[in-house]
Design a protein around this ligand. Sequence first.
Ligand SMILES: NC(=O)C1=CN([C@@H]2O[C@H](COP(=O)(O)OP(=O)(O)OC[C@H]3O[C@@H](n4cnc5c(N)ncnc54)[C@H](O)[C@@H]3O)[C@@H](O)[C@H]2O)C=CC1
Ligand SMILES: O=C([O-])C1=[NH+]CCC1
Length: 312
Amino acid sequence: MAELPVLITREEVMRLLRYTDLIPKLESALALFSKRSGAELVQPLRTIVPLQKHNGFLGLMPAYIAHEDILAAKMVSFYQRDPDSVLPAHQATVLLFDPERGNVKAVMDGTAITEMRTAAVSAISTKLLKPCRQEVLCILGSGLQAVSHYQVFTQMFSFTQVRVWSRRRERAEQFARAVAGPVTMCSSVKEAVEGADVIVTVTMAKEPVLQGEWVKPGAHVAAVGACRPDWRELDDVLMRDSVVYVDSREGASTESGDIILSGASVFAELGEVLNGTKPALCEKTTVFKSLGMGIQDAVAAKLVFDQWKSQL
Ligand SMILES: NC(=O)C1=CN([C@@H]2O[C@H](COP(=O)(O)OP(=O)(O)OC[C@H]3O[C@@H](n4cnc5c(N)ncnc54)[C@H](O)[C@@H]3O)[C@@H](O)[C@H]2O)C=CC1
Ligand SMILES: O=C([O-])C1=[NH+]CCC1
């Protein structure tokens, strides 16, 4: 009889998972993914179950990485909530399997994993596509992803100013209280974005919030929201005038409204840049369109589980 799975809570995931361990693992997984080496890495396109009645979606994200023998599956629900709702937009659970026997070894909080691995991949995109200057970071949105992005970006880079814009001032104030460091609150997207070297978009918007005409030439945009084919965060001008990088071409061409509706073409996956098969065009304005991948959750879950075991 297989042992019962262990249950790893959000607090434990946040204690056990460190960006310094996570980033190299994510880079290896992204690089391997872009080699499309068949059975070595298996990650079907995310299955999405629309919950029309509740204005939400359930995403199913299994992944297998053979050489590390990691088998995991994340289930993530996400909802377009009304602005006064106190319910979280995303909730996720990751199952980590024993690939040899097929049993579940651990059931862990996937919401914290999603926050950290998504921010870490945005940071990797910024490290690879480094704009000439890295002084001003601008974050559009003030939710959970905004907080994790603040944490990893201020850990990895030396910005002199971090600006935040949110639809509601009180949410931006909440964000400023949640992060351990200085934040400049801006009252419009234009004010937040002007002159910024790196812009992170982490909103639940369905229509563009960021206009290309406000973006400094040569800036890098990590675009994390708008993960449905009819949702937008970025306008056509920005999509047309930028070099577009993605995590997965298949994911982007199926799920990204910013890519599909603007007709922009994808220049490269981050994995191709890591493999040296596509260049990092750092002097251009670059957009990294992030959709999220099961392999990112899988490597994070394995790190959490190994840390958990080592502390028994
Ligand atoms: N690429 C990836 O791997 C992942 C992407 N995401 C996406 O990141 C985004 C942020 O997620 P969380 O921080 O977890 O959500 P959250 O609910 O904690 O925060 C959402 C933020 O968007 C703002 N917002 C909502 N509607 C807006 C609108 N119409 N215009 C402007 N701002 C608006 C809210 O005020 C809030 O600041 C979402 O779009 C989510 O789907 C989330 C997880 C992974
Ligand atoms: O990768 C992920 O977990 C998600 N991407 C968009 C919504 C959730």
